[in-house]
Design a protein around this ligand. Sequence first.
Ligand SMILES: [Mg+2]
Length: 186
Amino acid sequence: MSKNVIPMIVEIPKGSSNKYEVDGVSGKIKLDRVLYGANFYPGEYGMVENTLDWDGDPLDVISLCTYPTLPGVEVDVRILGSIKMIDAGEIDTKLFGVFNDDPRFKSYEKLSDVPQHLRDEIENFFLQYKALQKKTVVINGWGDQKEALHELEECKERFVEYKDRLAKGQRDMILEEWKAKGLGQG
Ligand SMILES: [Mg+2]
């Protein structure tokens, strides 16, 4: 498999307004919240196992798909780029791609192959989805495939560095330390 194709664990199927996430401790799929507004995920949303982003969670992925799957399903995603998002002051990058095994996306190899409107729709979703929670999301543009894969490598290395402490339940302590050092702030 080429190195830009990576396994994503689906947490939220396309079209859902329920925000499910894999619980870092139990591994169960848990309902985090129902989105406050009448918003729904414009793509399949999930994470990459054994990674750690600056928000204390595994690296997020949003992928175009034709038909929604189910929470907990592993899907091979062809990464095309990233969305450089800042969520409540924390760096919270999303990898962006397409289902590698959906022939409808065969011709999508780089960001510029994606219709602009689909990208606009995804960007607009993230800008809006926390509006009724009075939380602000900022998007500092999109990264290309190279930048996205670099981000993935960094999150893998960070996971290796912190996995023992995460297993001991020190996630919040780690976030406090980063904040004090100004790390991962947008
Ligand atoms: Mg995140």
